[in-house]
Design a protein around this ligand. Structure first.
Ligand code: NAD
Ligand code: UGA
Length: 430
């Protein structure tokens, strides 16, 4: 099939490359001409394991190209996926400005296209967006009728950063929320060679499945952190507790890792957007509000622990290992490290940070701290160390590496160190 992807960020590029791997002809469209040029030259604008090699491969086979021209993308394909960002507004509610702008542009491009075209919303959007905002805007700007001249569907994406391509190609399930059978059938056809169950529903249910999924995973993490904070006071190993709990066949063991909490471009914004949507329809999302509060408090707790151990952090050299919101990613959006470094700066600590991939991005937020070339360099002569991302590299650090420190305070936010190596550290929840 000929497929266009509108908005070529984490999701768009993984989707584009993924559909090309599956044998489709893909046109990636983005307003950012630098990204488009990079993609056409075989450079992935983001760090994702395996993505750049896969991109080079599909480019060499002529199965993918990128453009800034939406009309070219829509006219040369049968189906367009919208995968632009859906950030939060100040009040936490969803900001649909990119979605609206793309819907208008697609409408204009469809105006003089004769053939039937299907538009699929892949971005995470609050229930009702596809039917009540995207569809009417496309009708208005194309002068055409949904269900007759064009089809509309919502197909949420469940991939994780760091495993984007792998997750896209091997999903647990594919959810297709269409306005009618024709729209659903086109999307279903595109996914026919994926080995996953397909669930067909209406667009607003598909939209709600995505939010419920992310909200539940975020809730599991905050629940694990709340239990972890209690365990810490009771001198109980929370990881052992969850090992025992997860043996119950009704409870899955995943996403129970207590620590410094969740970050990223999705959990924080999606939980807030759902809270705001609930408010809009007259309901208070009490649990979800607390999920956010617990998550934010983990960032303060780790700094408080540091102060308890050091007395004051003023003038102390703090090695911060891990800046990305998760390993195998250069993404720092909503990363706990941003707030924690901010708090340390406010308290006049000297921060020396290291991350295998995310330092360039962090320099744009905190340009006034020191950056080390390696974990060892960051540790050297530091008074204390905080571990904020569970990079494999940090798991390999030895007792000797930590002995480069001037002080002995090591506070672990991700459970990467093991006492078996003889390293003395304190875990945030253990
Ligand atoms: P992103 O910010 O990485 O990428 C969005 C892209 O859209 C950018 O390249 C931007 O230049 C482009 N864009 C903006 N306006 C445009 C326009 N008018 N026309 C064409 N392109 C335009 O975002 P992302 O992380 O890929 O997320 C996209 C959506 O997918 C969001 O709704 C997000 O919640 C959802 N999602 C993200 C992930 C993830 O892991 N990042 C996973 C699942 C779902
Ligand atoms: C998450 C979901 O896992 C994806 O299914 C979803 O598609 C995506 O959001 C999205 O909608 O964008 P992602 O944010 O890439 O994916 O990363 P996760 O692996 O879910 O991790 C999110 C955060 O939670 C990270 O900061 C991670 O360190 C933290 N986390 C995760 C914990 O603190 N504890 C855990 O047990 C698991």
């Amino acid at each position: 099939m000929n497929v266009s992807i509108i908005g070529t960020g984490y999701v768009g590029l993984s989707t584009g490359v993924g559909f090309a791997i599956k044998g489709n002809n893909v046109i990636c469209m983005d307003v950012d001409s630098k990204k488009v040029d990079e993609i056409n030259s075989g450079i992935a604008p983001i760090y994702e394991p395996g993505l750049e090699d896969a991109l080079k491969d599909v480019l060499s086979k002529g199965r993918l190209r990128a453009t800034t021209d939406i009309k070219e993308a829509v006219h040369n394909t049968e189906i367009s996926f919208i995968s632009v960002g859906t950030p939060s507004k100040e009040d936490g509610s969803i900001d649909l400005k990119f979605i609206k702008s793309v819907a208008k542009d697609i409408g204009k491009a469809l105006k003089d296209k004769e053939k039937y075209h299907v538009i699929v919303v892949k971005s995470t959007v609050v229930p009702g967006t596809t039917e009540n905002i995207v569809l009417p805007l496309i009708e208005e700007h194309s002068g055409k009728k949904a269900g007759k001249d064009f089809g509309i569907a919502m197909n949420p994406e469940f991939l994780r950063e760091g495993k984007a391509l792998e997750d896209f190609l091997n999903p647990d399930r594919i959810v297709i929320g269409g306005i009618d059978k024709d729209s659903c059938n086109v999307v279903r056809d595109l996914y026919k060679n994926f080995n996953a169950p397909i669930m067909v529903t209406n667009p607003r249910t598909a939209e709600m499945i995505k939010y419920t999924n992310n909200a539940f995973l975020a809730t599991k993490i905050s629940f694990a952190n709340e239990i972890g904070n209690i365990c810490k006071q009771l001198k109980i190993d929370t990881y052992e507790v969850f090992k025992g709990v997860s043996m119950d066949h009704r409870i899955s063991p995943h996403f129970f890792n207590a620590g410094v909490g969740f970050g990223g471009s999705c959990f924080p914004k999606d939980v807030k957007a759902l809270v705001a949507k609930a408010k809009e329809v007259g309901r208070e999302a009490k649990i979800l509000k607390d999920v956010i509060k617990v998550n934010e408090s983990q960032r303060r707790i780790i700094v408080e622990m540091l102060e308890n151990r050091l007395g004051s952090v003023k003038g102390k050299r703090i090695a911060v290992l891990g800046l990305a919101f998760k390993p195998d990613s250069d993404d720092i959006r909503e990363s706990p490290a941003i707030d924690i470094i901010g708090m340390l700066k406010n308290k006049h600590a000297i921060v020396c940070a290291y991350d295998p991939k995310a330092m360039e991005n962090m320099k744009r937020v905190h340009g006034d701290i020191e950056y080390a070339k390696s974990a060892k360099e960051a540790l050297k002569d530091s008074d204390a160390c905080l571990i904020l991302t569970d990079w494999e590299e940090f798991k390999k650090l030895s007792k000797d590496d930590f002995e480069l420190m001037r002080g002995k305070v090591i506070i672990e936010g991700r459970r990467v160190l093991s006492k078996e190596k003889g390293i003395e550290f304190e875990g945030i929840c253990w």
